[in-house]
Design a protein around this ligand. Structure first.
Ligand code: AMP
Ligand code: MG
Length: 316
């Protein structure tokens, strides 16, 4: 998933500690499965890689029930966000190569307008046809689940914990890069707290959120994967409407939801949409939001305000 995975489990006693070890292994295996067999754009063993390879083919290409369901949920989010969120964005993602630049593999450069337009013409969910358990992608199109993979993975972790029964492990924090899931009750009885990074200072944060057990928190920001050229910042979240990095005035978007899919999808979608349209979209999905704009100002939903503490510990 191109990020750091951190699993923290709180066993009560030695027996639970043993179970926690086994659970940790099972979770890691599940994450690998999701990436290598299903969602990765880069691993040649994955279903998405295989589908992308066959873009433009007219033959029948079976799609798993799991991926078909994810695609339909993503299509709904594309509609609800007026196209700001779009997992068929792969052609643009591979053109800009911002993840590779951020990983230090290559130097960043701004592609030509013609190349951007060409890639942009290969983006749009109307080019993704799902029919009778089969999928067809328009020529040149490429699926990219970088915006939702981590949230989906957290939903899988939740399901594993639920299926394992309550006895296995009482509490844990599961963090996949900028997406976090808190589970159960902390042994010391204190609430779960998740810090929101300050997009303007590395190591600092703009505040802390008290997160109810069972919820997921995802943050999308322009400060982790980007390059600078001609005095401006080009970040990894792209606007399908322009083909260029999103420029909505927001630097960081944090979404709180019971669904990992929604928290991750909405964080990306709201980042592209900006303050007004983004907050309306989050409200539509009953998700709480915290936005930091380019002036460092913070905007929150009312529900988020009641969970937010600034650095000095004062609520709201
Ligand atoms: P996130 O960090 O969750 O906001 O996801 C960002 C990643 O999603 C990028 O690295 C791309 O792989 C992909 N992506 C970029 N722009 C979009 C977009 N407008 N809609 C959906 N996925 C996107
Ligand atoms: Mg996301």
């Amino acid at each position: 998933m191109g990020t750091v995975v951190s699993l923290t489990i709180y066993p009560k006693d030695e027996q639970e500690a043993q179970e926690a070890k086994a659970l940790e292994q099972r979770i890691l295996e599940e994450l690998w499965h999701l990436e290598r067999d299903c969602l990765s754009r880069k691993a040649d063993s994955s279903e998405v890689y295989n589908i992308n390879q066959h873009a433009g083919d007219l033959g029948e290409m079976p799609v798993s029930e799991e991926l078909g369901k994810i695609l339909e949920e993503c299509r709904q989010m594309t509609e609800d966000s007026d196209g700001a969120f779009d997992v068929s964005i792969g052609a643009l993602v591979t053109l800009w190569k911002i993840d590779e630049v951020a990983a230090g593999e290559i130097q960043g450069s701004v592609p030509s307008r013609a190349a951007v337009e060409n890639a942009r013409s290969c983006v749009g969910m109307d080019g993704v046809i799902l029919e009778n358990g089969c999928i067809r992608l328009k020529e040149g199109m490429m699926l990219d689940f970088g915006s939702v993979g981590k949230g989906i993975a957290l939903d899988h972790v939740e399901k594993m914990l639920r299926d394992g029964g309550d006895t296995a492990v009482p509490a844990g924090v599961f963090a996949l890069g900028g997406s976090i899931y808190v589970y159960g009750n902390k042994p010391d009885g204190t609430p779960w707290r998740v810090a929101v990074k300050d997009p303007f200072s590395s190591g600092g944060n703009v505040g802390v959120l008290e997160v109810p057990a069972g919820f997921k928190v995802s943050t999308s920001g322009d400060y982790e994967r980007f390059f600078e050229a001609d005095g401006r910042r080009y970040s990894h979240i792209l606007d399908p409407a322009t083909g260029y990095p999103a420029d909505s005035g927001l630097c960081s978007v944090t979404i709180l939801s019971e669904s990992g899919f929604l928290s991750d999808a909405l964080s990306t979608a709201c980042y592209v949409l900006g303050k007004e349209k983004g907050s309306a979209l989050a409200e539509k999905y009953h998700a709480e939001y915290l936005f930091v704009d380019e002036n460092g100002e913070i905007f929150m939903s009312n529900g988020m305000k009641s969970r937010y503490f600034s650095e000095n510990g004062v609520g709201n």
